[in-house]
Design a protein around this ligand. Structure first.
Ligand SMILES: O=C(CO)COP(=O)(O)O
Length: 135
């Protein structure tokens, strides 16, 4: 499965901790990330990640494009609800596309844990069916 990892600055530590905790699951999948988030995941967790541009520089839209092309299976986007983002329209657009294309999306640690464990336990059937259709 293709998984996107994104975090606003104040949530990057949490996403790194999450990735460390669930490295054994995440390393089984193809990982994609916005620039700075991806760099931290590579450096501090040792996972291979395809890095796009930094979120504010278009990285969110690049991941959004994969979603729109039915080429992303799950998104972990640790958003900071307490800090205004200069690229809020990009954030909103990415979240909206997840809903348009029924892509599982976790925006916080609690949901992320359930989503990733559910993936590991085989509960994410719908996306697997979509993935098989692309073959
Ligand atoms: O701002 C972001 C997502 O909206 C994250 O971008 P970076 O990973 O480049 O910091």
């Amino acid at each position: 499965m293709k998984i996107a990892l994104i975090a606003h600055d104040r949530k990057k530590d949490s996403l790194v901790e999450f990735a460390i905790a669930y490295k054994n699951i995440l390393q089984q999948h193809k990982l994609f990330a916005t620039g700075t988030t991806g760099q931290r995941i590579q450096d501090e967790v040792g996972l291979n990640v395809t890095r796009f541009r930094s979120g504010p520089l278009g990285g969110d839209q690049q991941i959004g494009s994969m979603i729109a092309n039915n080429d992303m299976d799950m998104v972990f986007f640790f958003r900071d609800p307490l800090t205004a983002q200069p690229h809020e329209p990009d954030v909103t657009a990415l979240v909206r596309l997840c809903d348009v294309y029924h892509i599982p999306l976790a925006t916080n640690m609690g949901t992320a844990e359930i989503l990733l464990k559910g993936l590991q336990e085989g509960f994410v059937d719908w996306r697997l069916i979509q993935e098989r259709r692309k073959e």
